[in-house]
Write a new protein. Structure first.
Length: 99
């Protein structure tokens, strides 16, 4: 579904921000790597949430966190994401006004 794709996009944004695959370094009490099923169960309950780097642009992290909302209805649409990214790129590349 679109909302599942939006969640996956949020995970990708987290990975781009941190340069780390989410949960790739996660270990259980015995020191073993968590299985994909265990990670999925923890993500679905909100026990695990992908993170964003502290130096990540605020708009990028906020948008990524919206994509990662547990409630699928709270996630943005693909159209809204495209609009927000376009707005951020335009703001970042705009020439300063001359005084």
């Amino acid at each position: 579904t679109e909302k599942a794709d939006i969640f996956s996009f949020g995970v990708i944004l987290s990975e781009l921000s941190t340069n780390i695959v989410p949960y790739s370094d996660l270990r259980n009490a015995k020191g073993n790597v968590y299985t994909d099923t265990a990670i999925m169960a923890k993500v679905m309950t909100g026990e695990l949430i992908p993170t964003f780097a502290s130096d990540c642009p605020e708009w990028f992290a906020e948008l990524g966190k919206l994509c990662l909302a547990l409630d699928p209805h709270a996630r943005p649409s693909a159209t809204m994401l495209a609009f927000r990214f376009q707005k951020a790129v335009l703001a970042a590349t705009a020439l300063p006004h001359e005084s």
